[in-house]
Write a protein of this length. Structure first.
Ligand code: BGP
Length: 481
């Protein structure tokens, strides 16, 4: 049987390898709502949206969001309509442990996740669970959050409870979603909650303790649960792709890539572990130039290097877009204020010509994704990559989302190109199943395969054109070009 049609319209069908998984995703704060129901306590996104509503462009919050806390059966029905293999969702820490500590488990929160997991399994849809997708308990934040070394224990205890409660049925665990966004955006800038904005200072200890906490969860799983539960546990990193604006920017581009992805990938996935040596050297040098007595980037002890190295069964990857990099002399010379921007010393930007429509929020550069996948294969010895997020944001709420269709087809084709080259990519996740609370963009930017009507109390979900296209790709395990 030929897999390509060479007749008239020259289209070709490209097959995915056997066992390749297709799924879609969400995150607790973005979809659940029920922010203070059934014993759930406040997390940093509840706090942020209630205290400083102006940080969200439409001054909205996730208080109700998609109301998935009550409508999860409809969510599972959508996954069935799409015929997907798995659903990636996250647990709300404060729904399970409202006091933040392991002594008081909130049964109502546990029931919600049990119901969701059981509903998925009833229809043969694998639950893929993210332990932490940004909604840290507010109480833990007040004690320093990810910059407090005790968070390694707090998070470890929480992870153990999740493995105990759900690990008999959950076989895919993701420890953290996008550490760069958590630490750099949340601690080193004011871009995301908790918006600490202590650049070049708070983001580095955050990175260290987040990596140690991730490793703690991995070791707990390995030592206490893996033998009986037989699951997979990994971290999801966000990787943008960067291109030099001109030849003079080539080194700076590599540095940007290193501060974005390498800072987390190197300690876990490289042979030697630890921070990328060049990054360590840059932050140490700049810190001394600025009058610090030591590097703003805390060291790992040799034991910690070993504790973190190799602690991910798969390379979870979220990817959205590509940016150009140019060396920005003003930033490079301005050493007075220590910041990650100074440490990198570059300016990044995407081209408007990469937009697929006037409404596009995400710039589409499928060949950038191919180059990133190639970089990961070459840099980290061809790890098994699971694409845990990829999708297009748009200001258009309509159902005829041709730009999203084009985005998915282009990016999925890039995955196939990388597989052809020998990359070991084993799954693809469309971000996201349905429109939801898009952090600072509130409900103004939509990513969903399903449209959500926020005017209706039922939060009516309706499939977009992209849902039908993605369904067909998942059904045929192929892309026709
Ligand atoms: C990721 C988050 C998702 C979603 C997505 C949107 O960083 O994990 O929760 O918000 O971003 O993409 P963008 O980065 O284009 O805003």
């Amino acid at each position: 049987v030929s897999d390509s049609k060479t007749c008239c319209n020259h289209y070709k069908v490209r097959k995915f390898p056997d066992g390749f998984l297709f799924g879609s995703a969400s995150a607790s704060y973005q979809v659940e709502g029920a922010w203070n129901e059934d014993g759930k306590s406040e997390n940093i996104w509840d706090h942020d949206t209630h205290q400083i509503p102006s940080t969200i462009v439409d001054q909205s919050s996730g208080d109700v969001a998609d109301d998935s806390y009550h409508l999860y059966k409809r969510d599972v029905e959508m996954l069935r309509e799409l015929g997907l293999d798995f659903y990636r969702f996250s647990l709300s820490w404060t729904r399970i442990l409202p006091t933040s500590f392991p002594d008081q488990i909130n049964q109502a929160g546990v029931d919600y996740y049990n119901n969701l997991i059981d509903e998925l399994l009833k229809y043969n849809i694998k639950p893929m669970v993210t332990l932490f997708h940004w909604d840290l308990p507010q109480k833990l934040q007040e004690m320093g959050g990810w910059t407090n070394p005790h968070i390694v224990d707090w998070y470890g205890d929480y992870a153990r409870i999740a493995f105990e409660l759900f690990g008999d049925r959950v076989k895919h665990w993701i420890t953290m979603n996008e550490p760069t966004q958590i630490c750099y955006y949340g601690y080193g800038s004011s871009l995301l909650a908790p918006r600490l904005n202590i650049p070049g200072i708070a983001d580095y200890p955050c990175a260290k303790y987040l990596l140690l906490a991730h490793a703690r969860a991995y070791h707990i799983y390995n030592e206490e649960f893996r033998a009986s539960q037989q699951g997979t546990i990994f971290i999801t990193l966000n990787g943008g792709w960067y291109l030099p604006e001109s030849e003079k920017d080539t080194d700076a581009t590599k540095i940007m890539q290193m501060f974005d992805l390498g800072i987390y990938a190197h300690p876990i996935f490289s042979k030697s572990g630890n921070w990328p040596p060049h990054l360590k050297e840059i932050v140490a040098r700049k810190s001394l130039e600025q009058g610090f007595k030591r590097s703003r980037l805390p060291d790992f002890t040799p034991e910690e290097v070993e504790y973190v190295r190799g602690t991910s069964d798969l390379f979870g990857l979220n990817h959205y877009t590509t940016n150009y990099v140019n060396v920005n002399e003003t930033i490079v010379k301005n050493y007075e204020v220590p910041s990650r921007a100074d440490d990198i010393g570059v300016h990044t930007y995407g081209l408007d010509t990469w937009k697929l429509s006037d409404f596009s929020y995400t710039k589409a550069v499928p060949w950038g994704f191919y180059q990133l996948l190639t970089h990961i294969r070459e840099e980290y010895d061809n790890p098994s990559v699971f694409v845990t997020e990829n999708g297009l944001g748009s200001y258009d709420i309509g159902l005829e989302d041709d730009d999203r269709v084009a985005y998915y087809r282009g990016y999925i084709s890039a995955v196939l190109d990388a597989i052809d080259d020998g990359s070991s990519i084993i799954g693809y996740t469309a971000w996201c199943l349905m429109d939801n609370f898009e952090w600072n963009q509130g409900y103004t930017v939509r990513f969903g395969l399903y449209q959500v009507d926020y005017e209706s109390p039922e939060r009516t979900r309706t499939p977009r054109k992209s849902a039908f296209v993605f369904k067909e790709i998942a059904r045929t395990r192929a892309l026709d070009l």
